[in-house]
Design a protein around this ligand. Structure first.
Ligand code: ADE
Length: 420
């Protein structure tokens, strides 16, 4: 049976359009392209079955194809019910990767797709947010024994893995790709910075200049979102629980306030905390008429959706991906993309040049964990510095950007204490 026949797709007839999107992204992903060439020649994953659970869009398709070119059988599902692009899913299946996913799946269908991927008997994993790993360690323990190791994409997934490792529950090594410098400095900051505004602007078609943007959570993602907001002419308010991050926000030119104070002044609210219920009833009650609410965190728990629904006397679709909640006093709050990650549920995710770096790390980390699994043991581990640096150097080479070198005298100076 071909991959297309064994896949679960909603719109198989869109395969040609999906392949065009995949080709466009590929043309802007030179670092992954170099690794893929090497994989094609060396086949380092021959004999492996790789289960992937990632936001299924065009850049992700290129990672799946690189893993396939490394000799593996690849089975993929989406990591969020709203981020799968049906045309890309069909295009990828037509290129030999087994796909189980569609846009807008129900929670039951979502879990069913995770199970289809696990049914393939994976030996290696790539996860985003930790759902695949969590399911393997709970409902699908029948497939646990076959897995040598895997890689995790995001902050949320790493938090879950850290808890599993701490409690001694993790059964194989997982590489925390998010914590590599070529990930969080690029993807979290610049990727999220651009793609979140892409999602908000596409969805609302409203002006950002002159507005007050409240960024809840001033980690790397929040910083990126705040800086792009400033570039668009907004005033930015940062809401933080960490005193160090709050100080960074102040020096970045943001105002720093409590959530409740910020609720009263914000026009656009963006949550980037990775935590639950960071905007809730006590915030909604203070918000201005017309406030826009968007989430950029992995799960749809940052904006307290049950509390918002409870407060509303009426809800209606104001535009595609925009749900209006009318409160008893007539104020309307506008929720984007059902409170799911706005950059993926209502746009195309991070730019291709950014995902090039993240997915280059994923490809190299997957090869590494396969080779080193026994030595690493069942723990959350960092991407080795050499892989991080290799991706950094490949990116510079792809751009033709030169790097300076230390002279022997400088090297000696840096390692001496006497300074003679
Ligand atoms: N595209 C694929 N995976 C993504 C992610 N984790 N964030 C943004 N864009 C993506």
């Amino acid at each position: 049976m071909s991959a297309l026949e064994s896949s679960t797709l909603r719109r198989p007839e869109l395969a040609a359009e999906g392949r065009r999107k995949i080709a466009w992204a590929e043309a802007h992903m030179p670092v992954l392209g170099r690794i893929r060439e090497q994989f094609r020649a060396e086949r380092p994953l021959a004999g492996e079955t790789v289960a992937i659970c990632l936001h299924l869009e065009a850049k992700t398709a290129n990672l799946a194809l690189a893993v396939q070119d490394a000799g593996a059988r690849v089975v993929i599902t989406g990591s969020n019910p709203l981020s799968t692009q049906d045309d890309v899913a069909a295009g990828l299946a037509s290129l030999g990767v087994e796909v189980h996913s569609w846009h807008g799946c129900t929670p039951e269908e979502y879990r069913g797709f995770l199970d289809r991927v696990l049914d393939a008997g994976p030996t290696l994993l790539i996860d985003d947010g930790g759902d695949l790993v969590a399911r393997l360690h709970t409902e699908r323990r029948d497939r646990l024994g076959g897995v040598r190791g895997g890689c995790e994409e995001t902050t949320t997934g790493i938090l879950r893995l850290r808890a599993m490792d701490r409690e001694g529950r993790l059964r194989f090594p997982m590489v925390g790709v998010n914590d590599a410098r070529m990930k969080y400095l690029m993807d979290n900051q610049h990727g999220t910075g651009q793609s979140v505004w892409d999602g908000i602007m596409r969805t609302t078609n409203l002006l950002v200049a002159g507005k007050t943007v409240v960024v809840v959570g001033y980690g790397w993602c929040g910083r990126g979102v705040a800086r792009r907001a400033q570039g668009l002419g907004a005033r930015v308010v940062a809401v933080e629980v960490d005193p160090f991050a709050a100080n960074v926000a102040l020096l970045d030119g943001c105002q720093v306030m409590s959530g409740e104070e910020a609720a009263a002044v914000g026009d656009i609210f963006i949550t980037t905390t990775g935590n639950r219920a960071v905007l809730t009833r006590r915030h909604f009650e203070r918000m201005k008429d017309g406030a826009v609410l968007a989430n950029a965190g992995h799960f749809d728990v940052e904006i307290d959706l049950p509390a918002l629904a409870e407060l509303a006397v009426e809800t209606y679709e104001a535009r595609a991906h925009v749900r209006a909640y009318r409160l008893a006093d007539g104020r309307r709050l506008y929720l984007l993309a059902e409170g799911r990650l706005v950059n993926l549920a209502a746009a195309d995710g991070h730019p291709a040049e950014i995902m090039d770096l993240t997915f280059a790390l994923q490809a190299l980390a997957l090869r590494w964990v396969r080779e080193e699994a026994e030595r690493l043991g069942p723990h959350l581990v960092d991407v080795p510095r050499e892989i991080d640096e290799q991706v950094a150097r490949l990116r510079l080479a792809a751009l033709g950007a030169g790097l300076d070198e230390l002279t022997p005298a400088q090297r000696a100076y840096l390692s001496s204490w006497s300074h003679e």
